[in-house]
Design a protein around this ligand. Structure first.
Ligand SMILES: Nc1nc2c(ncn2[C@@H]2O[C@H](COP(=O)(O)OP(=O)(O)O)[C@@H](O)[C@H]2O)c(=O)[nH]1
Ligand SMILES: [Mg+2]
Length: 305
């Protein structure tokens, strides 16, 4: 993993240095200065303000209680707390499924975050598990977007329902749901545009796509997965809030987390959006998508190395 300058030391090494500035620091209690530096460290690591305050207040309280006497107990406490913060809701399903018929999954997000790539990765993951998957290229706005998804479909050996460039994305989605039912597919993955002439236009269009899908197959889409770029920090949180107003995402795919250097954004997203993280993208290859594991992510962020 490439880290630069300050980032040469892992998050845990830097936190430990602050918490254990002298031998008695944990026993004596953390000073205001230590706490402030801890806050700065976590904010710089993209945790966002709410999660940072939560974590620092928790640590301060634990140190005051005298429960953290060694660096090992400090790390365990941080990882535990973070694991809880990142954990999905109790009714979490990796992918919500239709009771019968095809499960319709709509993929949304702004331009360039990795929607189309994530559709291909998800299709790969699902077909490997034995699902019959159909793709739908409903990004009719950008020239080349349909071809991009069709190329993936060919490579994966699966079918793709496409519209014409400049055509109506809701019509493509409708056709894909119809084809999914007729061809007895398990999952239909619908790729969408991330940019239109205006942001309001995009949101209106996505709202229409959702309504048309629900009309064709009541209760669908079963999942609306919002794709967010994990390297843009607080911008991703803002995008999440914007999309949440219009399409009620049921899950997040956080992309471009090829190293854990910027993995803190996942913490901010989980904390500041009421949506579970379902998958993380860790590279450009088709196999670089993994179901999100809260505990493993917490361990990785504060890895001792
Ligand atoms: N490093 C890395 N690049 C990614 C990841 N996901 C997507 N990309 C790249 O991001 C760029 C935009 O991806 P694309 O799927 O076309 O984005 P879209 O506009 O949202 O559909 C492409 O160059 C992808 O290869 C990821 O997890 N890691
Ligand atoms: Mg795309």
């Amino acid at each position: 993993m490439a880290r630069l300058g300050e980032k040469k030391l892992g998050l845990w090494q830097r936190l430990k240095r602050l918490a254990l500035t002298d031998v008695g620091a944990l026993a004596r209690g953390l000073k205001a200065d230590d706490l402030e530096q801890m806050e700065r460290l976590l904010i710089e690591a993209d945790f966002g303000v709410p999660a940072t305050l939560d974590l620092v207040e928790f640590l301060e309280a634990e140190v005051r209680k005298g429960t953290l006497k060694t660096d090992v107990s400090l790390r365990d406490a941080v990882v535990d707390r973070l694991g809880m913060m990142l954990a999905p809701p109790t009714d979490h399903a990796e992918l919500l499924r239709a009771a019968s018929g095809p499960t319709i999954v709509l993929i949304v997000g702004v331009n360039g975050v990795g929607k189309t790539t994530s559709v291909a990765k998800l299709a790969h993951l699902l077909t490997q598990r034995g699902d019959r998957v159909l793709l739908a290229a409903a990004d009719t706005y950008r020239a080349g977007a349909v071809a991009q998804l069709e190329t993936w479909a060919t490579r994966l050996g699966i079918d793709c329902v496409s519209g014409t460039s400049g055509g109506d994305p809701a019509a493509v989605a409708y056709d894909a749901v119809e084809a999914g039912i007729a061809r007895k597919m398990d999952v239909v993955l619908i790729d969408t545009a991330g940019r239109l002439h205006t942001q309001d236009g995009l949101m209106a269009e996505l709202g229409k796509v959702v309504r048309v899908i629900d009309k064709k197959l009541p209760g669908a889409p079963h999942e609306v997965l919002l794709v967010l770029d994990g390297t843009v920090g607080q911008n991703a949180v803002q995008q999440g809030k914007l999309f949440s107003k219009v399409v009620s995402p049921t899950g997040l795919i956080v992309t471009k987390l090829d190293g854990t250097a910027r993995g803190g954004a996942v913490v901010a997203l989980r904390r500041e959006l009421e949506v579970p993280i379902k998958f993380v993208g860790t590279g450009e290859a088709v196999g670089d998508l993994a179901p999100f594991d809260a505990r493993a992510w917490a361990e990785e962020l504060f890895a001792d190395g």
